[in-house]
Design a protein around this ligand. Structure first.
Ligand SMILES: C[S@@+](CC[C@H](N)C(=O)[O-])C[C@H]1O[C@@H](n2cnc3c(N)ncnc32)[C@H](O)[C@@H]1O
Length: 236
């Protein structure tokens, strides 16, 4: 944890609800405004400036954070967004998305490992994050949560499994509103260790295009995550 004093905060040039904290040594860090002041999620630094508490967003722990650090141009999650998040794990990235969408937004966080889900659920309860609905289910079978999830503006996937693009498109077919966005995290090594990352990225992107999405933006996540990319798509 840094002992250098935070001196200023500025909203991100493109993304509402995402901030740059400036420190007295001239360094800057990404952050979101803490929806549940006083509560940490993954040991991140809490910063108070002007009577507001921010949580530093660690790009080594969150691929969406890494993508923003790597100059992502389009980030369709903002205040009030409804998000279907597949592969919630214990809720690290979900917590920053929860800060961004605020209490007018909602996140359906799907996780299929019962052990990890328990941790996710406990974190959400301990922090009192009222805009997150944890769902224990397998994202490969979107109909498993049809009674819980309503139309969403953004479908996000980070399950680090083969056929992620297909799983995401299958969920989008059921839950994404017309004109909605997808965010696909591609972990090349998890999908096929025998192929070069670029080949895997191309295959996953081709799947997304075949399913009717336009690619809006793609960024690689080095140095925060090796052989990872994050893709934003849209379907009208
Ligand atoms: C790389 S981690 C996600 C990290 C998380 N997105 C973050 O940034 O905080 C992948 C997670 O997806 C979960 N997962 C894998 N396959 C899944 C599936 N078919 N349905 C739901 N969750 C799945 C794993 O149990 C694991 O917790």
């Amino acid at each position: 944890m840094s002992s250098v004093r935070a001196v200023d905060v500025k909203e991100h040039e493109r993304f509402k609800g995402v901030y740059w904290i400036e420190f007295e040594d001239g360094s800057t860090r990404l952050a979101t405004r803490n929806l549940t002041p006083g509560k940490r999620v993954y040991g991140e630094q809490l910063i108070n400036l002007g009577g507001v508490e921010y949580r530093v967003w660690n790009p080594y722990r969150s691929k969406l954070g890494a993508a923003i650090m790597n100059k992502l141009e389009a980030m369709p999650i903002s205040e009030g967004s409804k998000v279907l998040y597949l592969g919630a794990a214990s809720g690290t990235t979900v917590s920053h998305v929860s800060d961004i969408v605020g209490l007018n937004g909602l996140i359906y966080g799907v996780e299929f490992s019962p052990r990890v889900f328990r941790e996710f659920m406990q974190n959400i309860i301990d922090q009192g994050r009222l805009n997150v609905i944890p769902i224990l289910a397998d994202a490969r079978y979107p109909e498993q949560y049809i009674s819980l999830v309503k139309g969403v503006d953004v479908a996000y996937i980070d399950v680090a499994q083969p056929f992620q693009a297909k799983i995401l498109a299958d969920n989008a077919d059921v839950y994404l509103v017309k004109g909605g966005y997808i965010i696909l995290v591609i972990k090349a090594m998890s999908i096929d260790v025998t192929k070069e990352p670029s080949e895997t990225f191309k295959r996953e992107i081709d799947t997304i295009k075949e399913r009717g999405f336009d690619i809006i933006n793609m960024v690689h996540l080095e140095p925060y995550d090796v052989a990872h990319a994050l893709v934003v798509g849209k379907r009208d």
